[in-house]
Design a binder for this molecule. Structure first.
Ligand code: ZN
Length: 121
């Protein structure tokens, strides 16, 4: 089969729409992180965030970014001072929580809950 025909066959048969989600699920974390609008989050907490969402089946970078905004809004209601200081100091919020020796279990649980909700959409 000539190359041009092979390419047409590939495009028609598999289609970019079908091929992309599968590819997206296997992108390395640092590439996904580039698509999520992290501002001050360190690379360790970006990877932790992405891994947690992936474990719950939330792999779309757009949905991951929505999860980030949802959890940040929840955090700013629950821990307004820490969130305020995080913006003021431009520090990683994950590191801020660790430094404050706060239990991260409820934050992780909230993140998993949001991820499951978004993965279903
Ligand atoms: Zn951090």
């Amino acid at each position: 089969m000539p190359a041009a025909e092979k390419l047409r066959h590939f495009r028609r048969g598999i289609g970019y729409g079908a091929a992309l989600p599968a590819l997206r699920d296997h992108l390395p974390s640092y590439l996904v992180a580039a698509m999520v609008q992290f501002r001050y989050t360190c690379s360790r907490h970006q990877a932790l965030f992405i891994d947690t969402l992936r474990q719950e089946g939330c792999t779309d970078p757009a949905k991951m970014d929505e999860a980030r905004r949802m959890v940040l809004s929840w955090l700013s209601e629950k821990y307004p001072l820490i969130v305020f200081e995080h913006f003021a100091r431009e520090s990683c919020i994950g590191c801020d929580f660790e430094a404050a020796r706060l239990n991260l279990d409820d934050i992780a649980e909230r993140l998993r809950q949001v991820a499951r909700e978004l993965a279903r959409r």
